[in-house]
Design a protein around this ligand. Structure first.
Ligand code: ADP
Ligand code: MG
Length: 386
């Protein structure tokens, strides 16, 4: 078996294809967004769409645009600020990297100085003091996981390593049933505990072999954090993309609504499959096509999304799941869970909970899209000609 790791080939593609539709809409900042119900947001989006046609005629390109890109969390980021960032590229890069470093220092499983790395290395069940940033991230991820039947499981670390997707990146063969069953013994949300004390949160293992993995939400948290810093500075036109997690607001460099492409997972260059306006919200895509390995003998492809219940990576025909919600922490958490569900179950779940979900499946060798009703306004806006 040969391992093929196609790591984030197209991470910056979503940015290069950020073409736009017209219209100035009244944006919503982090706090405002949090206060809004899904229904209010939907109404606001419909109103924004109605206005976009008329604003289109007024749209003018921005004279100054600040753009930076670079690497973080083992992937790529890119930030665009139409209207310009005070202090220019260097200042914007500093702002972003400060946020990414702060988050990585909490959740990285690759950096020996990171809090989570050190916790994972413990071989005891003693309470370990952690930052409130890390405890907030763990608790919010677990909350999101409960929404999707706990198919997102941050204790999946031993399985991630076993299948060769973690830092012990040595595996190049399908693990044995015994190895999988053995790893599963150390997986489950009952295997660790957070206690809040007057001196701060304490994280402890209940099973010394437990390994926490927050990499499925890192990109979304990074995009949200940079967006929040921009908001604090009074900047309301931006696109922050960290790998497949996109957080945008306001207008693009052409003075029109941001439009982001959902990739066609079946084309090597990942062409745009559908352009979408996220309308001031978070949008992210989980794909079974970016990071995987292929069994040479059977041709079977194993994705890096692992179903904690079976211990196996997903191998169904759902190629990607895109989610739009109020922030990228949420979308980045549940997109992975919904990918593990597969399109049928993901779409049913989305209709039931009124969540905007777009799936691409392989049907007779061709990509085929299906989406929930809540996704329609974003697509309609995306289809509009500039
Ligand atoms: P994608 O870009 O497809 O959304 P992410 O990078 O967000 O993928 O997340 C994939 C990573 O999440 C894997 O490499 C692994 O570390 C971790 N992971 C895999 N399966 C699960 C799971 N069921 N629950 C939580 N994390 C997972
Ligand atoms: Mg994810």
């Amino acid at each position: 078996m040969k391992k093929l790791k196609l790591h984030y080939i197209s991470k910056s593609l979503a940015l290069t294809i950020s073409v736009l539709v017209a219209g100035l809409i009244s944006g919503c900042g982090e706090q405002q967004v949090a206060a809004q119900s899904a229904e209010q947001m939907q109404l606001r989006n419909e109103a924004a769409l109605a206005r976009s046609a008329q604003d289109h005629r007024q749209a003018k390109p921005f004279e100054v645009v600040t753009r930076v890109n670079g690497k973080t969390m083992g992937t790529f980021y890119s930030i665009t600020v139409p209207g310009g960032f005070p202090g220019g590229e260097e200042a914007l890069r500093n702002l972003a990297e400060k946020e990414f470093d702060r988050i990585s220092a909490a959740i990285s499983t690759f950096d020996p100085n990171a809090e989570l790395y050190k916790f994972n290395a413990l071989n005891n069940t003693n309470p370990y003091p952690i930052s409130t940033l890390l405890s907030d991230i763990i608790e919010e991820t677990v909350h999101q996981a409960h929404r999707v039947e706990d198919v997102i499981d941050i204790t999946v670390g031993p399985l991630v390593n076993l299948w060769g997707f973690g830092k012990e990146n040595t595996s190049n063969k399908t693990p044995s049933t015994w190895e999988i069953e053995n790893a599963k013994l150390h997986i489950g949300l009952d295997k660790f505990e957070i206690r809040h004390t007057a001196n701060g949160p304490l994280l402890s293992k209940r099973d010394t072999a437990v390994q926490l993995d927050l990499s499925t939400v890192g990109e979304g948290i990074g995009a949200d954090a940079v967006a929040l810093e921009l908001e604090k500075l009074g900047i309301h036109n931006y696109l922050v993309a960290v790998a497949g997690a996109n957080r945008s607001r306001g207008l693009n460099p052409q003075g029109k609504l941001w439009k982001i492409g959902i990739e066609d997972p079946t084309t090597p260059e990942h062409k745009v499959f559908a352009p979408v306006c996220p309308l001031d919200q978070g949008m992210s895509t989980a794909g079974s096509y970016r990071n995987y390995f292929k069994d040479e003998k059977t041709g079977k492809i194993y994705s890096h999304a692992i179903d904690p219940k079976t211990g196996y990576p997903i191998d169904h025909k759902t190629l990607s799941v895109t989610v739009i919600a109020r922030n990228t922490f949420t979308t980045d958490a549940i997109d992975t869970g919904l990918l593990i569900f597969g399109a049928d179950k993901a779409l049913k779940w989305g209709e039931k909970h009124d969540v905007a979900i777009y799936t691409i499946e392989l049907v007779d060798g061709k990509p085929q899209a299906r989406y929930t009703k809540a996704f329609e306004p974003y697509l309609r806006c995306g289809e509009k000609q500039d």
